[in-house]
Design a protein around this ligand. Sequence first.
Ligand SMILES: [Zn+2]
Length: 231
Amino acid sequence: MKQINVAHVRKWMGLNRKNIRAPQAISTICPHCGERVVFTARAHFHDEKRESVACTGACPSCSEYVHFWAMDPKSSESTAEEDPETLFMSPAGDIEKEPVNFPIEMPESLERAYLSAVEAHGTANYSATALCCKQAMEKIFAHLLPAEKASIGLSEAIAEIHENHDLARPLEKLSASTGSGGQLERHFEMECEFTAETSKAMVELLEHLITYLYVIPQEIENIEVKFDEAA
Ligand SMILES: [Zn+2]
């Protein structure tokens, strides 16, 4: 089960006497075959106690069934501007990719390149995805380089960053913060008052560290293996 964007509903219909707004046509990537298709939803069921509408569609490409649930359905007279229903799909599949909402300001051209890559993948245009990914990777590294080096090749840019960019700087800062008198050390020693916010920030710090030190190196290895196998 996974949540999908309500904007994927291409057509709504009015269900039963209460005229409940229910999805009729849903455009999404089929979790079974990976094609972007439009599911025509049938066998609608309005579950009043759970405030949801369930329905099922067969993939026009592979004929496999996919189930959908629209939560908190409105009357069909309501407009799309009102609170949208949350939409879930099962099985989830592992092909479709929603864009990550990065919690940082990033250069606009990088954001555009990233979103184009996700969109190209979302339309099952895989050669365009490869092109957009290359462009986005170039932007990632170009923005870290001085302007005069911004147009060197991707591999050279990565090597340049590796040699000249202080990639260990976040660890240096963390080391200072956990050292004597540092902000984190004061929190660990219970010298500061805790709030829900600082408590949440600490757990998030753990998550970022796990991602930075364990997940990213392992994921880069895994991706290399995946590409080797596909070659
Ligand atoms: Zn399919």
